[in-house]
Design a protein around this ligand. Structure first.
Ligand code: NAP
Length: 285
């Protein structure tokens, strides 16, 4: 079972979860969510743009895990940011997920009518359909623009974060504002180079764990939330089996030292506001 981190609104969030980006095969998405929950996961990360929210809801119900034990995240895409559109989009996402409420709703990208969407998200918290609200892909300048207008401070920022890209400007800002850092592409999108780093291999050997488990343990000990994606039940089980060992200070420092000065993946701002969904499922959920 995973550890959890406190959020600034008093709730706690599991540190390891399942991300379902690019799981466009609906049956596979449902099976992965069910498998993860049966293995002990309690955090699932989806988005309106992933077009698999109904499959996530079905996987949750099929698992038999009580809804109140699960922390469910989804994200609003910028085409739905204007205030009235956002209110409708939030209601539709809650209906598709079919769990009564969303634990965490994120602004997926820092473009478009961020203020209108944030107001709609605050209203959803007031109305009880959403328990926590946060952002994704927000840089320091984007947060500086949002915070003065926000009645509710974002609890979390979901960004690219792994040993090769440790967000050197953003992380100190997040901790000074009590905003949790959540890692997308926590394994560098399954980067062979990262998983083959000698310091990662050495730690894997000394703890009898896999390189993936070493990277995920590094996220846990840094205090991040990480949402590795997998559709392989063995990988899903392995990815949460990281709570029975501890990396040493020297191992943590050696992995910290892998940090580079730029992200591995960067979406241009024009693409952030594109109307096209990120994933094209077959068939549509
Ligand atoms: N907010 C955003 O803008 C944003 C952007 C991107 C991603 N995300 C979120 O981040 C999540 C994670 O991203 P991601 O899915 O591509 O990157 P990732 O989790 O870093 O890497 C996933 C890759 O690693 C492989 N893998 C996972 N566990 C493994 C294991 N134990 N052993 C060997 N290989 C393993 C997966 O293959 P298998 O399926 O074969 O295991 C897959 O190819 C997404 O699902 C989504 O929820 C958010």
């Amino acid at each position: 079972m995973t550890t959890s981190v406190p959020l600034s609104n008093g709730l706690r969030m599991p540190q390891i979860g399942l991300g379902v980006y690019l799981i466009s095969d609906i049956a596979e998405c449902e099976a992965s969510v069910k498998s993860a929950l049966e293995t002990g996961y309690r955090l699932i990360d989806t988005a309106i743009a992933y077009r698999n929210e109904r499959a996530v809801g079905r996987g949750i119900r099929a698992s038999g895990v009580p809804r109140e034990e699960i922390f469910l995240t989804t994200k609003l895409w910028p085409s739905a940011y204007p205030h009235e559109k956002a209110r409708v989009a939030i209601g539709e996402a809650v209906e598709r997920l079919d769990g009564g409420y969303v634990d965490l709703l994120l602004l997926h990208q820092p473009v478009g009518d961020v203020t209108g969407a944030w107001k709609a998200m605050e209203e959803a918290v007031d109305e009880g359909t959403v328990r926590s609200i946060g952002v994704s892909n927000f840089a320091v300048t984007d947060l500086d623009a949002l915070l003065p207008k926000a009645r509710i401070t974002p609890v979390l920022n979901q960004v690219e974060l792994h040993p090769y890209w440790q967000q050197p400007d953003l992380l100190p800002y997040l901790s000074s504002h009590d905003i949790v850092a959540e890692a997308w592409y926590p394994l560098g999108h399954g980067s062979k180079s990262l998983l083959g780093e000698p310091v990662v291999l050495a730690a894997a050997s000394s703890h009898a764990k896999s390189p993936v488990q070493i990277i995920l343990r590094w996220h846990v000990q840094r205090g991040f939330v990480a949402i590795p994606k997998s559709t392989d039940p063995a990988h899903i089980a392995a990815n949460i089996d990281v709570f029975d060992f501890e990396l040493t200070v020297a191992e943590m420092s050696a992995i910290d030292a892998l940090g580079k000065d730029r992200p591995m993946f960067r979406m241009p701002r024009w693409a952030m506001s594109a109307l096209m969904p990120l994933a094209r499922p077959r068939p549509r959920a």
